[in-house]
Design a protein around this ligand. Sequence first.
Ligand code: FEO
Ligand code: CA
Ligand code: CA
Length: 629
Amino acid sequence: MKDTPYSEMTFDEFDEAVNPPPETIEFDEIVETALSRRGFLGGVISFGAGSFVLGTSALTPGSAFAATSRLGFAQVAANTADDITLPEGYSSQVVIRWGDPMFSGAPEFDPATRGNAASQETAYGDNIDGMALFEIGDASVLVNNNEYTNLKIINASGAPETDDDVLKGMMAHGVSVVEVARGDNGWTMVQDSPFNRRITPATEMEITGPAAGHDLMKTAADPDGVLCLGTWNNCGNGRTPWGTYLACEENFNGYFSSSDPDIERTDLMKRYGVNVEDWGYGWARVDERFDISKHPNESNRNGYVVEIDPSDPASVPKKRTALGRFKHENAEVVVNGDGHIIVYMGDDERGEFMYKFISSEVYAEGGNNADLLADGRLFAAKFNADGTGKWMELNPETTGMSSQAEVCINSRAAGSAVGATTMDRPEWVAANPKKAEIYCALTNNKNRAVKTNAGGDATPATGPNPRAENHYGQIVRLFPASADHTNDAFRWDLFALAGNPTVHEDAYGGSVNINDGNMFNSPDGLFFDSKGLLWIQTDGNYSNEGDFAGHGNNQMLVADPATGEIKRFLVGPNECEVTGAAMSGDGKTMFVGIQHPGERGGSHWPEGGDSVPRSAVIAVTRDDGMRLG
Ligand code: FEO
Ligand code: CA
Ligand code: CA
């Protein structure tokens, strides 16, 4: 990678280049890659120092599902078409694209310039990710994360050249709130709706919870450490039963840089990948707060879950520090039987942890729940190789830290202190609405059994992360003890190991519910529908070659948790990631995010010809008008 310009690297590659993990070590536990595929049928398999546990569903061969299948559509074939592919009987339309003006009078998207800072500030953001649909009165309000931008797509010249180019990129980040409506032309955005709002890296936000006011949160502009500007790199999302949206700050570190190349970075900066170089965005050039040599605490104010009230466009978003600071993927909210609010979360970094939050107060339907996420207990997951596990509480007593504020600012170090299990990049977590079980996509981890995480914690190939140099990913499932989400104890199994059974006969071929008809890599987005079916979205290798031959473009699949059956439902256009989903109130439309089509120059979706590729929200419906989920 050394000779590749930064601008042509993926996020992963760039992160690796500028922020390599501290050391390479060898483990005794490196997995025997000669594990026989037949060996999976044993349920619990031991190899090396560990073992791994497959769910019974992951043990059912693909051909055994036909008689019991709840997945009533003809699976689509993997492909590399620059288009959306759906099963027969389903259709899609584009609803909103990056750059579409949210207010009348604003200019239409200009493919020659790709807009400017002023036009982008009131236009739909870029790189659509997590989303949720809120029914507010008669209005359908779609809230959508705009995770990041591809410098080569958003800038006609391929890179930000002027200060306005940098500001345009900044304004394309954050969150877009728009009303949508279904009419003769299908679903469209309602321009000028009073709900329409852009939340950007310049929007004022309140810092709440244990970290508010801590010395590490204070800056020159905010000496009290309680107010900050903006949110960016919002990846997955959550929604609460009281009608708010949770935007999760993921790779926030890639926007900071240092004007002093010799700055001695703090341990906190090192653990979170805050570096002297940014990822090419150049934000410090237009806003000094992104210069860590001048404002060393600014980055401590990012990496949180942000709660947004979509019903009130004037509301001030709240950073919920009680939910911990890390590279948040999504925030899956569950109302426990006793009324406590549980939030399950992943830290999408190689070798980082899974987390759980339990609110101090309980949910009151119709009552004042506005600050339930301000106060509670935080835990990190520890998995044992025998299929049991424990949520380890993170507080000053268990971690040796000076205060809960420190736990909430340096949650990764807190997780290390209690011996939490290093995971294969925890992406989305989803809770089955039909029973007490939690699914987490562990997307991939090329460093598994190769390198420690940035905190020096070992990453042996065992437990829920059983494969060394894991480039396919897996989905782990947790069963809270006594079906009580506040219980510290849980059991776990592997719902699916992604892989390629046409290339590998060992564990890299995948679990038995993966076959040459449904194979995929890098599960990322997870989403349950009201029937209790699990939708799986991928953000992986789309080369369709070698280890990934036959996987095609990134895609969305559906799984039945009860049987383990998995079928491919949608294939996205070239070089995209399929991420984010929301169901309309009547269950007849599924909104899906198509992010970064053409990130390497190989797509003209959605308009075709030689058009600029644009991230977009699509609406998927059944041709017979029935419910999807
Ligand atoms: Fe933004 Fe972890 O994906
Ligand atoms: Ca993701
Ligand atoms: Ca991802």
